[in-house]
Design a protein around this ligand. Sequence first.
Ligand code: NAP
Length: 288
Amino acid sequence: MGARIIDGRAVAAEVRERVRRQVQEVVERHGVRPGLATVLVGEDPASQIYVRNKRRLSEEAGMVSIHHDLPAEATQAEVEELIRSLNADESVHGILLQLPVPPQIDGDAMTRLIDPAKDVDGLTPLNAGLLLQGLDGLVSCTPAGVMELLRAHDVELEGAEAVVVGRSKLVGKPLAALLLAANATVTQAHSRTRDLAEVCRRADVLIAAVGVPRLVTAEMVRPGAVVIDVGVNRTADGLAGDVDFEAVKEKASLITPVPGGVGPMTIAMLLQNAATAAERQLAARSPR
Ligand code: NAP
């Protein structure tokens, strides 16, 4: 029997609708429209498309999109100055620095400069630390999107064996922390893991966030497992995930396709973070 295929576009549309209502409530309560600032340094075509989509969808959710384009040869001091001014601007509730940045700019250092209250990507050390301690902060968007997909499909995480392949600070690490917080037993695999196939076969919930096309094959999947594919790889025959979808879907109980699985969730969760960030900042500023 084949797996149920997760429709990430449908779940993302539900999240965006929820965010739209949240934004409306913020406007009614505070008389202020949440502002999401995007910063793009250089002209990388993929980044331009991502930023354009983020801007369009933030406006559709009722937010104000404030965009700053900096030239590819911008200096670190210029990016720093822009981030500091956005931190100080009360009409800006969320700041998104599109990564990667050109090589003369230290992306990690620039991320650290963002006010954690406005860190809608959830990548500042404060928000990453809050997540690790199980405390409330802004959570990295792709991992938050994976959790939303699991919730939307009533996947039981309590006591489940969850295996995350990948340990990046953008996806793998925050995802492992979220699964642990949901009481799964979490194994984090990576490029030095000795017998990856054996580790993956333990999983009730298997998540691949690697960047290697079709690394996870059917032999690595336990029958009936839930398989979430975060990978987005450009190959000669188009986009491919980190999972061999055609073979694995015959073995899993639930699986995400690429595209149309995790991808649409990332922007939806970014909008969710922006609405929540605005709500918290405005509540903190309003007289009691
Ligand atoms: P990354 O920073 O390159 O991290 C990749 C991770 O995979 C590393 O921890 C690496 O291990 C591990 N790895 C590499 N080769 C491996 C192998 N053969 N066996 C086991 N583990 C291996 O990538 P990322 O930013 O986490 O992204 C991962 C994938 O998700 C990429 O395809 C990316 O395009 C995609 N992505 C998608 C979205 C979305 O919105 N859908 C968002 C973000 C990323 P080491 O730590 O040992 O090097």
